[in-house]
Design a protein. Sequence first.
Length: 332
Amino acid sequence: MHGPHTFTVADAVELAVVERSGFIESRHAGSAVVLTSEGAVLRALGDVTTPIFPRSSMKPFQAIAVMASGVTLRGEDAAIATASHSGTQRHADLVRGLLFRAGIPETALACPAAWPDDSATRDALVRLGAGKAPVYMNCSGKHAAMLVACKQNGWALTGYLDPEHPLQKRILDVVERFTGERPSATGIDGCGAPVHALSLTALARGIARIATSKSNSPFAIYREAGFLAEAVRQNGWVIAGPGLPDTVVIERLGLFIKTGAEGIMVASAANGITVALKILDGNLRAATIVALRLLADAGAIAHTDVEALLPDLGLAVYGGGRQVGQVHASYL
């Protein structure tokens, strides 16, 4: 189709393969970039300059905009603001807590109603005769934080997702400041919030700046970024949920990592080396292992630590109830 778009198949490279019984069954193409903490390109695979929609990998910038708007978010509260959570009761309690303390009704959430992704929580709701609700939608923490910022600043609670709303303008400013790039397009994310198109290089640069920020920085916005980075690393369960890749990687490797829909992944190691990637067909099953392999190749984490994590990343391919293959990173 014509008009703005992400990079093409011709501009992508193979990033991963799916192997079944020794046979390569499927291949995932995409692009990826690895940056130093200062933003220098260590490695580029495929097209890393054509803009893509970062989807939920943009949540850290949105959370920082909220925190820089006078809302004090620390620990689990900061983590839920940047989470793509699985909707466990603990997640819902955090979201409701943010709203309750600010005197905001749950009905103000403008994200779609959803069932929890967490099956145990979903089953419990069904047994209770309860239905889907916005609080269980995986972006509800971000939306609650946005509403708290609106209440704090006297901005309208209705229409808080409009790109012209003061909060959304502040988010755009934070995105530009941290990434060093003016978004080339704006769309509507799955949760209804604006999503801004950025190159993978700009996205990685922005995430590196967040992940290396310190909570004792002399600059207020970088202090908030430092508190957010600490919150993510210390509350891995909040960011995704039990057994999910982001949570596993945070808890086991201490990385700053954030998945986005449609094959997006950002990850930053302790030394600030950061990767951003997009699997072109939008499938996320290989995104985590590709990001981890790229960080290990750059010396940011140990290959042995990545190997130890493989059984817990959902990479196994099954046949007849037993493992017969695996998803492998395959870039050159």
